[in-house]
Structures are given as C-alpha cells and as structure tokens.
Design a protein around this ligand. Structure first.
Ligand SMILES: [Mg+2]
Length: 399
C-alpha cells in the first residue's frame, strides 16, 4: 500500500468514521501500483528469445512494476540485441511518457524505420504502455478514451464452442512454394479448394484468403478472378508489398477488398497504401509496425479512408493482448487475427472467446500477466526461417 492511500484512509477514518471508510473502500476498484503523481523510473531492460522464435522485451522500474512487449520473430536475435541498446536511452526515464519516448527512439536515430528497428520500437512501446496502465491501475484502452466496443471479434478456427465464424486460408492449404509463374492448373486447383470450403460453410462463415506475397502479379490476377465467384472475404498480400503501385493496379480490377499490412511499417508505410488505394483492410502488426502508439495513429489515418483494421498476429500473448487494447481504443476495428489463440505463457488465461468474440480484458496495462518461469523455460535457439526454392528448377521463390 502506498503512502498517499494510507493518508487518505486515515483521514476518512478520523474525520468520518468506519462507515465512511467502508464506502471509500467500496468505491475503489483500481489496482494502481503507485500514486498517479509518484515518481517512477525505468531501471532495467531485458530480452528473451524463445525456441518458437517469439522474442520478448521486459522493462523493469524502480517501483517494481514491470512491462512486457514482443518484437519481430523472423529476426528475433537482432531484435533482442537492438532492444538492449535502447536501454542506454530509456533507463532512468519516466516510462509513462510513452508518446515522447516513441518520438525520441524513432527520431533520435539518423537511420529510421525498417522491420528490425520498427519492431524493437514496437516491443518497447508495448512494454511502456503495460507499465503505464499498471501504474495508473487501468487497462491501456482506458488511457486512450476507450473502450470503443463491448467485445472484440476474432478469427482463427471455426468452432461451435467459441462461436468463431471467420477463418483465413492459404491458396493451397500448405506452405509448399509456388513456382515463379504458375499456370492454369494451379489456378484451377486453388479455386476448386476454395469452392469446397464455401460449399462446406455456406455464407455464414467469412473466409479470407492469404496469397502471402508468394505469387507473381500475373498469377495473382488469374487467381483473383477465379476465386471471385466464391466470395472470399478479402484477398491478403496478393503480391509483395514492395511496389505498392502494382498492388493498387490489381485492387482496381476486383470488387473483393484487398488486405495488407503485416510487412508495412510505421504511419509512412500505411500512408502510401491508403493514398494509392492499394488495400481497404489494413493489417498492421502491433509487434512490427510501431506498437500500440503507432497502430492507433494508423487507425486514424485509415478512418479518413473508411478503411478498417484487422491487426496481424502470428505471435505470442503480448502481441494478442496489445492488439486487443488497440481494438478497444479505435472506432474502425474489423477483426483480430488469431484472437482465439490460448497462450501457455500466461499466469492466468485471457477471458474465453464466446460467440466469436473475445471479452475486453479488464486488468491493468496490457491486461495479462506473463509467467516468467514458464517463459524462461522456453528460451533457446529460435526456429529458423529458411529460404524456399522452386521444387523443379531450384530457383529462389517467394513464400
Ligand atoms: Mg498474412
């Protein structure tokens, strides 16, 4: 218990008696770890690379409050090393100045952006919001004017128990690499497979299809046309996002909305997507695109184009929890990827998915408690992401 709480309680007890104290206690529902104006400083920054390739950053403070965040799993070791360098700036600072630290970490560097630096910034931003929410005793969305909704729609596995009725599939159902340019046989097979899914589920299940940037533009257009009759929910990453004009050209050729964002970074990356009308569903990743701070701003930019967010999430519990905080803070939220995932790194599970929706977390900060013993038990050499080759001629292909 903090000094100011003791003082207030003593005052109530002395001046108004035990009944008033009981009322005072009943009104307090927060779990603030310190007073709102108490001093708080970052004391330590640590990183953990897991065998799954998930990479975590833990920020400690002199008041004992800790915050957790996640970074880019494809470059886990680089992110872990880079985040430690940010400690030179962050240790000794008040962690609650989250927006200021975002600016300092981003604009303090001469070379900015890119997947690794932005992922480092993203994980640190999540951890700082986690600390700030815990310091004030509220979930992050309450610091952002939320909640903006009562529950959060998720997609993952269609399941009668959870009520999830939205899924995403790959063209083939496996990650078998495509050839550089595929022919009609592949297009027919993909369309047949998707048709079977549509026949199975009817129109009651939303089915997105993720090309994973693994097909070339000419093949992508053939696929889009072949799939249109079966009413995909969206086409995701129809081509690599490195040339946004190509995606924008293809977007003009279909009535199915394009989705992209997991390989787009910062507000400047999403600015181009929006301005060129390259996609109508944005999928920024809270671990890659700049953290909670940046996703909220990207959502604001998207709102001006009437475009919703469906945050990307192939990661662990901080990724999901931070995404849920964003979902509860913005008006233009569509659905959360892998929002139905359960995570064994938590001290207590998230509230269960019902009717296809995850309840909004109510606990302070990100709303989760990482079980550090469980997390440390999974530390190890991260799973590698290997180059993919054309199965027939051995050339390097996208995957
Ligand atoms: Mg994807």
């Amino acid at each position: 218990m903090q000094a100011n709480q003791i003082d207030r309680r003593s005052w109530f007890k002395t001046m108004l008696g035990p009944a008033a104290l009981a009322m005072f206690n009943a009104q307090r529902t927060d779990a603030a770890a310190i007073g709102p104006n108490d001093k708080l400083k970052v004391s330590k920054l640590e990183t953990f690379v897991l065998k799954s390739s998930w990479v975590f950053v833990k920020i400690s403070t002199d008041a004992g409050i800790v915050g957790w965040g996640e970074m880019l799993k494809d470059d886990a070791k680089a992110c872990a090393a880079g985040a430690l360098e940010v400690a030179n700036y962050l240790v000794g600072q008040d962690p609650r100045m989250v927006a200021h630290h975002w600016q300092a970490i981003h604009r303090g560097a001469f070379y900015r952006g890119g997947p690794i630096k932005t992922a480092i910034q993203s994980g640190i931003d999540q951890a700082l919001w986690d600390i700030t929410g815990k310091a004030y005793g509220v979930p992050v969305y309450k610091l952002m004017g939320g909640p903006t909704r009562q529950q959060i729609r998720v997609y993952g596995q269609v399941d009668a128990k959870t009520g999830v009725n939205a899924i995403k599939v790959g063209p083939r159902g496996t990650r078998t690499p495509f050839k550089h340019n595929e022919g009609q046989k592949m297009v027919d097979e993909v369309a047949e497979r998707f048709k079977a899914l549509r026949d199975k589920y009817g129109s009651g299940v939303d089915i997105g299809i993720d090309f994973h940037g693994a097909v070339q533009p000419t093949t992508a257009l053939s696929l889009m046309k072949a799939l249109e009759p079966y009413r995909p929910w969206f086409f995701e990453e129809i081509v690599q996002a490195l040339n946004v004009d190509v995606m924008a050209d293809l977007a003009q050729k279909t009535h199915i909305p394009l989705a992209t964002g997991e390989r787009i970074f910062l507000k400047w990356g999403f600015r181009e997507i929006l301005e060129k009308r390259a996609a109508m569903i944005l999928q920024p990743d809270v671990c890659y695109a700049g953290g909670i701070t940046e996703l909220r701003l990207i959502a604001g930019m998207a709102e001006s184009y009437f475009a919703p967010l469906a945050p990307h999430n192939p990661n662990g519990p901080c990724s999901l929890a931070a995404s849920l905080q964003v979902a509860a803070s913005i008006p233009n939220f569509l659905i959360q990827e892998r929002g139905d995932a359960e995570h064994d790194l938590l001290a207590k599970p998230l509230p269960a998915v019902r009717n296809g929706h995850r309840p909004i977390p109510t606990e302070p900060g990100l709303g989760i408690t990482i079980d550090e013993n469980k997390l440390r038990a999974q530390v190890g050499e991260p799973r590698p992401y290997l180059t993919q080759y054309d199965p027939e001629d051995g050339s390097v292909v996208d995957w």
